[in-house]
Design a protein around this ligand. Structure first.
Ligand code: PMP
Length: 410
């Protein structure tokens, strides 16, 4: 703990995030809802303001100066993403609205082209709704079958059962890298290796991994990988779908419109090269600038340093919280990310969350968009504290003291 803390200039980091110095109900804000969204450093906001003030024009279409600058900036942002997730080519980086849109893009185009009624997709028990519902929509539309990797009581996927789910009809596996509820870090390299041994490609939902650990899509050999900008200290409304070149070339367009075309007549249309084939309409180029600034920001601190700092902070939190009478944790105690889901005695999660809020502590309550997982755990919801790179040991102490105080009221 001391090591990670001393290498890590937490106060300088916190100074970059103006909102962390604010108060709620007259109490200093303790923001522990980073799994839902993260706060933004000045560097991100300023990069976007700067572009609006000095370099705003629609991209790709204009011969004029500003348009060329804006186009260059968009392509530099794509390169920043490529570097960050270690993709081979910028052609493999598609900008989307976020993780949800990226998964919908793959579900829609992959099912349209690669799947017939009766073909199967494998997901897991701990998926976010955004990695369940798009497949169910395809079940309705196309008659595909959705199979689910079971989970043990300790929040770990049953890998033996996973292997048994493959049949000659299995066409795709789609699982989260890190659970947004349990914090479980899934063995995605093994999940991918096993799928590939059956000739099946894999989509990884990286919404909860990319902000917290170094990710190399090439080392993982992922076929598709996606994440959201707003969870990695970037702006809302932008995210990324990585797809191996051969897959993106092969899949049909998702939406039709400007930018994604080669030539258009009333009779027929040819499509642009990847990644533009999947980016219909004016891209969210200013948010792409903000996302690139966010990735540069975390790269400067170092993804390994962030991972070590957050792991130590989470271990400290688990230790301190385990002393609270009647506390129940959901998820593994090791091999976990910086998300802690818990309940205390029979206090309703909503009551506890509301009272913590009154003392300035922001946590998430409810089913966390993972209702099937709640059913598996036999509960309605949990409280969830999720840490980011700027959270402190003092904030953990404030959370623990807050839970004690609220518990005594019941
Ligand atoms: N997957 C996981 C694991 C998530 O945690 C979330 C966000 N809570 C999403 C997908 C959806 O992300 P977004 O709403 O940014 O599209």
């Amino acid at each position: 703990m001391v090591n990670a803390q001393s290498k890590y200039d937490i106060q300088t980091i916190r100074n970059d995030f103006p909102i962390l110095g604010t108060e709620v109900y007259g109490k200093p804000l303790v923001y522990l809802d980073n799994g839902a969204t993260t706060q933004k450093p000045r560097q991100v906001v300023e990069a976007m303001v700067q572009q609006y003030y000095t370099a705003n024009a629609n991209v790709h279409r204009g011969v004029h100066h500003l348009s060329m600058i804006a186009t260059d900036m968009l392509e530099q942002s794509r390169e920043a993403v490529r570097r960050f997730i270690d993709a081979e080519s910028v052609q493999e980086i598609v900008f989307t609205r976020g993780t949800t849109e990226a998964i919908n893009l793959v579900a829609s185009t992959f099912c349209q082209q690669e799947m017939q009624a009766g073909d199967e997709v494998i997901i897991s028990t701990m998926e976010h709704h955004s990695n369940i519902v798009p497949w169910q929509l395809q079940k309705e539309r196309k008659g595909i079958v959705v199979k689910v990797i079971p989970m043990a009581d300790n929040g770990i996927l049953c890998m033996d059962e996973y292997e048994k789910l493959f049949t000659s009809r299995t066409k795709l596996v789609s699982v989260a890298h890190v659970s947004n509820v349990l914090g479980t870090i899934n063995p995605v390299a093994d999940i991918i290796r096993i799928a590939h041994s059956h000739g099946v490609p894999v989509l990884i939902d990286g919404a909860q991994s990319v902000p917290h650990m170094p990710v190399s899509v090439r080392s993982l050999d992922a076929d598709f990988y996606c994440f959201s900008g707003h969870k990695v200290y970037g702006p809302t409304g932008i995210g990324v779908l990585y797809g191996k070149r051969e897959w993106l070339d092969r899949l049909p367009p998702y939406q039709g419109g400007g930018e994604m075309i080669g030539t258009v007549s009333f009779e027929s249309t040819t499509f642009n090269a990847i990644p533009y084939k999947f980016e219909a309409g004016t891209p969210n180029y200013v948010d792409a600038t903000g996302l690139a600034a966010a990735l540069e920001y975390v790269e400067k601190i170092g993804m390994n340093n962030i991972a070590v700092y957050e792991a130590d902070l989470t271990q400290y939190a688990l230790q301190q919280m385990s002393q609270i009478e009647g506390i129940r944790f959901f998820g593994p105690m090791e091999q976990r990310g910086s998300v802690i889901s818990f309940l205390v005695g029979n206090i309703h999660h909503l009551d506890m969350g509301t009272l913590l809020d009154r003392i300035g502590i922001a946590v998430r309550t409810g089913h966390h968009c993972a209702e099937p997982l709640m059913h598996r755990l036999g509960i309605e919801g949990t409280l969830r504290a999720s840490f980011g790179l700027y959270n402190t040991y003092d904030e953990v102490d404030a959370l623990v003291a807050g839970i004690h105080r609220v518990s005594q009221m019941f």
